[in-house]
Design a protein around this ligand. Structure first.
Ligand SMILES: [Cu+2]
Length: 310
């Protein structure tokens, strides 16, 4: 087929389209199969029958390339892959701890610029939370996994604005699953979410106990702010599979039901160093920390991996 030669193969499977294309198209990235599951819902004009036509193939290819390039720039190799859900027989576990090397710096509180009567004059900086050497709120996840445990689509991830801060400060979710956002406060907040720099959600919550439910459909790092309060900051990591863990108060994490195999384990931490303030006085933080470790999981076994930041 002239004009669409970069595509090697297209497979349609239920509501997913797998597109395999050559690495030359992306200047050195590996050949990969892209999971188109959620995208097809956004652009319903691309029907299965259209895939049979050259025009349809061209349209899909264009979209795949744009999406993949944007994700690839930010998450490196962590581009969305097809993920097949099913039972995991005799899976293993990955456990460990994120540690802080040396003495953790004391962070300056962040100035509150609005509603000080309710929020206070400042809030504690949350970018680095170390207890007994363990770092809370790092997100540890398997970089790529083709198949494994089922995604909990009936469940939801709770998020709230509580006393003018996001609770929890960091979440990790599977794309397309529900996030329930509650305003615990008697003042107006709004939640403005960008994933890898592209705004994906922005809604006001003027009333107390008003709950918004949304889904994030893009794999990447979600930056959460409130347009009303410049001190408010939260983070999310959006993945296309359920193999992740947000580190607890002691910096510990645990990922279960992992099929035996060799994986790249990633650790994302938001970073706490304030580089600058924007025009509204909102802190701009240094680039997030992203570390990788190789891990081998055996059937029924527990693999221990530790990360260290400083
Ligand atoms: Cu707010």
């Amino acid at each position: 087929m002239d004009g669409v030669s970069p595509i090697k193969k297209i497979v349609v499977k239920s509501d997913r389209i797998f597109v395999q294309y050559l690495k030359e198209v992306l200047g050195g990235l590996s050949t990969r199969i892209y999971d188109f599951k959620w995208r097809i819902r956004v652009d319903t004009r691309i029907s299965k029958s259209k895939i049979q036509s050259q025009e349809g193939v061209k349209a899909i290819m264009k979209k795949v390339l744009v999406t993949t390039l944007v994700s690839a720039m930010v998450l490196g190799a962590g581009v969305s892959f097809a993920y097949d859900e099913g039972a995991v027989a005799n899976g293993g576990k990955i456990t460990g701890q994120i540690k802080f090397a040396g003495t953790a710096p004391k962070l300056d509180p962040i100035k509150v610029q609005k509603n000080q009567d309710f929020c206070g004059n400042s809030v504690a900086a949350e970018g680095l939370q170390v207890n007994g050497g363990g770092v809370k709120f790092g997100v540890v996840y398997i970089e790529k996994i083709a198949a494994g445990k089922a995604i909990d689509r009936a469940g939801k991830t709770d998020l709230a604005e509580t006393k003018c801060v996001f609770r929890p400060h960091v979440i990790a979710v599977v794309k397309g699953t529900d996030i329930s956002i509650n305003n615990d406060d008697t003042i107006l907040h709004n939640i403005n979410i960008s994933i890898d720099g592209i705004q994906r959600y922005n809604k006001g919550q003027p009333k107390q106990n008003q709950i918004l439910v949304t889904k994030l459909r893009n794999v990447g790092v979600a930056d959460m702010t409130c347009d009303s309060h410049t001190h408010m900051k939260g983070w999310g990591v959006v993945l296309d599979h359920p193999y992740f863990s947000v580190s607890n108060d002691k910096g510990e994490f645990s990922i279960g039901q992992v099929p035996a195999g060799k994986y790249n384990l990633k650790m994302w931490h938001e970073n706490w160093k304030v580089k600058n303030l924007d025009d509204d006085g909102r802190p701009i933080y240094d680039t997030a920390i992203l570390q990788t470790k190789e891990v081998t999981v055996t059937a029924g076994g527990t693999a221990s991996v530790n990360f260290e930041i400083k």
